[in-house]
Design a protein around this ligand. Structure first.
Ligand code: SF4
Length: 452
């Protein structure tokens, strides 16, 4: 006999326990078992007034944001609707069935105010990293660094060619633009003063005009991750405009901060060739961190003329020696803050039979040498070794993290504008990814009796 559902939706009284409705293996139940936010209220208390109406509980907002980033819901308006309707979300946020869900506008007020002033999203991220460390997931031996481009909330069709915009008063009253204009005056300007961008977004000027994203050209920010290679835990995250120089600078910031906050200093670090600049390798050498990084090298020529590799460097004499045994000397002057030039003598080159293959269009040969060439040579010497090859394999885990963020968690376009908006979103995404990793590797679904 065919049954028929008989709904009793007009009942006034139910026997209902929210706790019983959330399955023991639900992601949020498992995250709840490892997440400790008991410290959060005390850390935020200096940012609240002692008088006036009670505010929305900040732990509730952080829990809602984590629900959103763990379940690909980044619209705050939609997040509020989902928490209103979804029992597991309510349970994770410590809301009862009849408790009121905060209005989406509350998030904006707190994000731009107390949360940013207190840097609470970084504190939440770091508390989760500490939890990973306590669980033995972080080895601290080898790190990997990489960056992935996330599209900014800025139309690629509405752009201004060149780096200069005459901002109106109305535009300057917008948060992202004011933040950008203020940052231009600071030490850490979002653009390189000696390399102005080709185009700028009038809605989010700190975003970089880039060809590295999912479209041919677009405005983007780089999601920079520093990952511990043992279990792919993200130990630091940084937002930068999508410019290689900024990504390399962010690596130094992340390594220093990880050492300061967690007393973690890797013995080696892996990265792609973008990180193999003389400056980066020189800095790693000073930090005594082995670079498992290919060297950024433009010395090879493919036009049949002699490459830099055909010239031997004599360290004691501080000269390059050409295939004809002649010395190329330097004046010691540093060009562009990073390069020494070694030149041969016209007197040697004029009668040389190799001149057509060496310097066919110049009276003598010139070899540039990075002031950090010794560090570059050291990086070259590590390339191909067993430890280097293992790092090259382990480094792929960081690409999988970016893949997870983009494909599984739909993190392809930012919702917040400005560098600080990107920073907030990146911290939340990294926290969500670490929590997912943590529960996958250590948490067992707790028995119901423990949770009750
Ligand atoms: S052209 Fe000058 S630098 Fe080149 S191989 Fe001959 S002598 Fe040496």
């Amino acid at each position: 006999m065919m049954g028929q559902a008989v709904g009793q939706q007009d009942r006034l009284f139910y026997e209902f326990n929210l706790e019983d409705r959330v399955p023991s293996n639900h992601l949020l139940r498992r995250i709840d078992a490892v997440l400790d936010l008991s410290w959060l209220r005390a850390e935020l208390s200096p940012f609240y007034s002692h008088t006036g109406c009670p505010s929305i509980d900040p732990e509730l907002m952080i829990r809602m944001l984590l629900v959103g980033y763990c379940h690909s819901i980044r619209s705050e308006r939609r997040l509020c609707q989902e928490v209103e309707l979804n029992l597991a979300y309510r349970w994770f946020c410590r809301l009862g069935l009849e408790d009121k869900v905060p209005d989406h506008s509350t998030f904006s007020v707190n994000r731009h105010g107390r949360f940013r002033d207190s840097d609470i999203l970084r504190s939440v991220f770091e508390s989760v990293v500490r939890r990973c460390m306590e669980s033995g997931l972080v080895g601290g031996e080898g790190f990997a660094v990489d960056a992935s481009v996330i599209e900014a909330d800025a139309s690629r069709f509405a752009r201004v060619e060149g780096a200069e915009i005459d901002w109106s008063e109305e535009q300057l009253s917008r948060r992202a633009i004011k933040e950008y204009v203020d940052a231009l005056e600071s030490e850490n300007a979002p653009i390189n003063p000696d390399r102005k961008p080709k185009a700028i977004s009038p809605s989010d000027p700190a975003a970089a005009w880039t060809t590295r994203g999912r479209y041919k050209v677009m405005f983007g920010y780089s999601l920079n991750y520093l990952m511990d290679m043992k279990n792919a835990v993200i130990v630091d995250v940084e937002a930068t405009p999508t410019r290689i120089s900024k990504e390399v600078e962010a690596t130094e910031t992340m390594i220093e901060r990880t050492q300061e906050r967690f007393a973690l200093k890797p013995r080696h670090i892996a990265g792609d060739v973008a990180y193999g600049t003389g400056k980066m390798l020189g800095w790693l050498g000073q930090q005594r961190i082995e670079p498992h990084i290919p060297v950024w090298d433009k010395g090879a020529r493919d036009d049949g003329t002699l490459s830099r590799g055909d010239f031997a460097f004599d360290k004691d004499g501080d000269v390059y020696v050409c295939p004809q045994g002649k010395a190329l000397k330097t004046t010691g002057r540093v060009h562009d803050g990073k390069t020494l030039l070694y030149r041969s003598s016209k007197h040697d080159c004029d009668p040389c039979p190799l001149k057509p293959k060496c310097c066919p269009r110049a009276p003598s040969r010139k070899i540039p040498r990075d002031i950090n060439e010794a560090a570059r040579d050291h990086a070259r010497s590590l390339n191909g070794g067993e430890a280097y090859n293992q790092s090259a394999r382990d480094r792929k885990k960081i690409e999988r993290l970016f893949g997870e963020a983009k494909r599984n968690l739909a993190f392809t376009r930012l919702r917040l504008r400005g560098l600080s908006g990107a920073k907030d979103e990146f911290l939340l995404m990294a926290t969500a990814q670490n929590l997912r990793r943590l529960v996958k590797l250590v948490s067992r679904p707790p028995p119901r009796s423990v949770m009750a």
